[in-house]
Design a binder for this molecule. Structure first.
Ligand SMILES: *[C@@H]1O[C@H](CO)[C@@H](O)[C@H](O)[C@H]1NC(C)=O
Ligand SMILES: *[C@@H]1O[C@H](CO)[C@@H](O)[C@H](O)[C@H]1NC(C)=O
Ligand SMILES: *[C@@H]1O[C@H](CO)[C@@H](O)[C@H](O)[C@H]1NC(C)=O
Ligand SMILES: *[C@@H]1O[C@H](CO)[C@@H](O)[C@H](O)[C@H]1NC(C)=O
Ligand SMILES: *[C@@H]1O[C@H](CO)[C@@H](O)[C@H](O)[C@H]1NC(C)=O
Length: 419
């Protein structure tokens, strides 16, 4: 004798054929089968995937189902071999499942005209907000089709009255704890490629980020107001910072990253509005810079307050980099006030350990700190830099920079002895 029960509470929560079949037999075996449990494919919500149809609503609907699924885990699926045109959209939590996977196997493209943002937040395209326990994974591609935005950007056309200062970030993660993003190619962002803000415990792994060197303000990854962010195994080439680390950040690790073209890895700019900066425990390890304008940079505004401390740059390679090692604590000087300003962001305990390669300019090490708040406990530990033009020399420049040098340091350290 066999009894077959179809469990309806399970199928209520989703559209896909989800049948929980309880097979009870006289044998003491109990078999439970649930097919496609909590997987929500955008194709089932009307997405066309031909790169022309407006698939936005299908994404919104699929997200709605995923976020409200009655299961422990749920996935939203963007299938491979198809291209989905999606207008600005926010995937908002909090969600019911403890863990959500956004499985991106296909390609998502943005509208190719800034007009599509009329009446919307110009700073966002795809946004995840308030989602805790999220994994965005590939292998897929996201194309921001930023050309239309670059063409009207104020950076390129400062004189043009209708120029745009703000353009969309491809992927924004705001207030998302415990999230990861991996194995995705992100290209041609109108502005920042990935923004992480207000998020703790973040893993960014095996991404490839590519935009032209000439594209304005196209940071690879920008992190602010976050603790515990790990970026690894990622290649970034763009028109601005490969990674930039903003205010209120701690325990940020950047490991195994190739950067170039671009503006390098930057802590800052910080303290722009005279705010109390708190940035600490930043580790940048095994990063290669190829033809970037900066290598490892810390830049703070004179009007800022607070601190940047416990920063380690180690195992760094530079190839033909304009400013391989640079601290600029006098960023955007208040005119003629350089010597008089009493404020500044305190920079201390910064270690450069095992950094090698070539500088495109004469000043390979540039530690320009403020008189009001000098840089202290700077350590140069095995730094070997030479000019990328054979026969030319490189120098180090220090201004109010205190610390020690150990191991081979070329060019010679100019740090002042720590008092
Ligand atoms: C595409 O769909 C979204 C969501 O329905 C809508 O907000 C947007 O205006 C649509 N765009 C066009 C050009 O139809
Ligand atoms: C989400 O789905 C629920 C029903 O499951 C519906 O009431 C709600 O309007 C939907 N929200 C959106 C944004 O589509
Ligand atoms: C830096 O370059 C050296 C020599 O070219 C190489 O052995 C080392 O692996 C490189 N470091 C990184 C982090 O790739
Ligand atoms: C730097 O980039 C160029 C392409 O611009 C490439 O040919 C070269 O191999 C790269 N060098 C290193 C050391 O990665
Ligand atoms: C510099 O050396 C002095 C004396 O050797 C030591 O007390 C201090 O901790 C060192 N500072 C750094 C940043 O290593």
């Amino acid at each position: 004798m066999k009894i077959i029960l179809v469990c309806t509470t399970c199928s209520d929560s989703q559209d896909r054929v989800t049948t929980l079949i309880l097979v009870l037999s006289l044998l003491p075996a109990l078999v439970l089968t649930c097919s496609d449990l909590s997987e929500f494919n955008v194709l089932d919500y009307g997405a066309v995937g031909d790169g022309m149809a407006n698939d936005t609503l299908a994404f919104v609907e699929a997200w709605n189902r995923t976020c409200n699924a009655e299961s422990e885990d749920a996935s939203m699926v963007v299938p491979e071999g198809m291209t989905f045109l999606v207008y600005p959209v926010a995937f908002v939590g909090p969600c019911n499942p403890t863990y959500i996977t956004f499985l991106l196997s296909g390609t998502i493209i943005a509208p190719d005209n800034p007009e599509a943002w009329k009446g919307r937040n110009l700073g966002q395209w795809l946004t995840f907000q308030d989602v805790n326990g999220l994994g965005v994974s590939g292998p897929g591609k996201i194309d921001g089709r930023g050309q239309g935005w670059w063409d009207i950007s104020c950076k390129r056309h400062p004189q043009s009255p209708g120029c745009g200062k703000l353009a969309p970030t491809v992927l924004s993660f705001t207030e998302c704890n415990q999230f990861s993003i991996s194995n995705i190619l992100i290209v041609n962002s109108p502005q920042t490629h990935i923004l992480v803000t207000g998020c703790n415990n973040v893993m960014i792994d095996s991404l490839s980020i590519k935009s032209p060197e000439t594209s304005p303000n196209t940071d690879g990854i920008h992190i602010s107001h976050s603790t515990g962010v790990f970026v690894s195994n990622t290649d970034i080439g763009s028109g601005d910072d490969c990674v930039s680390i903003g205010d209120y950040t701690s325990h940020i690790d950047i490991t195994n990253v190739n950067c170039g073209p671009g503006h390098g890895v930057s802590i800052g700019s910080l303290g722009r509005s005279g705010n109390e900066v708190r940035v600490e425990n930043i580790n940048v390890n095994r990063v290669n810079f190829n033809k970037t304008s900066n290598g490892v940079r810390i830049k703070t505004w004179q009007v800022g307050r607070g601190h940047v401390r416990r920063v380690v740059f180690k195992n760094i390679n530079f190839t033909d980099v304009k400013n391989p090692i640079i601290i600029n604590q006098n960023y955007h000087d208040v005119k003629n006030a350089r010597k008089r300003m009493k404020t500044g962001v305190e920079i201390s305990h910064v270690r450069y350990s095992g950094t090698f390669g070539t500088s495109k300019t004469e000043v390979a090490i540039n530690l320009d700190c403020s008189q009001a708040v000098p840089c202290t406990n700077i350590l140069l530990d095995t730094v070997e830099l030479e000019s990328s033009s054979p026969g030319k020399r490189v120098i180090s420049f220090c201004n109010n920079a205190y610390g020690n040098a150990t191991g081979v340091v070329k060019p010679n350290s100019c740090l002042l002895k720590q008092f």
